[in-house]
Ligand binder design. Sequence first.
Ligand code: NCD
Length: 309
Amino acid sequence: MELSVNHLLGIKYLNEEDIQLIFSTADQFKEVINRPIKKVPSLRDITIANLFFENSTRTKLSFELAEKRLSADVINFSSSGSSVSKGETLIDTVNNILSMKVDMVVMRHSSAGAGIFLSRHVNASIVNAGDGAHEHPTQALLDCYSIREKLGDVAGKKVVIVGDILHSRVALSNIFALQKLGAEVKVCGPKTLIPKFIDKLNVAVEDNLIKALQWCDVANMLRVQHERMDNSYFPSTREYVQQFGLNKKILDSLDKEIVVMHPGPINRGVEITSDVADSKQSIILNQVENGVAIRMAVIYLLASKIKTS
Ligand code: NCD
């Protein structure tokens, strides 16, 4: 079995079989990373460059760890302090790095479509680690994998994504992944933070958080992405919290135990309170753990296509 794609640019370009193949491969790697020796020699002949043109903690560490656990050679690059600030183009930066014989590029960039653009111009396998407000495919894969682990399956589950949908690459990738796997998706948030094209994605909008939570099996609480806002999208953080913040009182008032997720970084007391983040219904740290296994699976499957092509 192999992936239908040579790059991971977005969930949009994957089919359901690809996602299931990534999950079954991640199952095996999850077993590996829980052994005393957490490493396999699979990618000893592969060199990977992690290019982060935008800030990241979790995603960068998670990719790096995944690559090292597969025994790949790894080089890291952050745009701050680099020649990008001297005016070098993206293609020139990447081609210079590739001339050092790099096979795969993991890239985070503030421009939507940066990975797609690069895949057309350079000779390496590209993994999108987040492109602007567009897609963040490995996050959606690890989110769906964590739902599958917790609830047995993604098909037939009801998932609400709450918060800043407009600026969130996590939201768009999750919508595509959940729907491909047969889940039902709603979004909930301030009207100003719901994109106009949402109807075209076959996603219902629920304005009322309590109703959304009563409907769902899983609530994925997103951070308000202040860094992407050029305007004021709601009157104040206090009002946002009152209408869309999840606290323990609300969670306990529901007639079923829903699963609570968050991609991180959390703003404790804004989108969720600390007691919700740390409650037994929260799978936030499982998401982080699963992120390594999912990224190992993605890199392993893409690298096996390089070797055979
Ligand atoms: C997200 C991101 O950077 O898109 N975080 C992540 O990758 N874990 C979401 C966010 O920044 O809120």
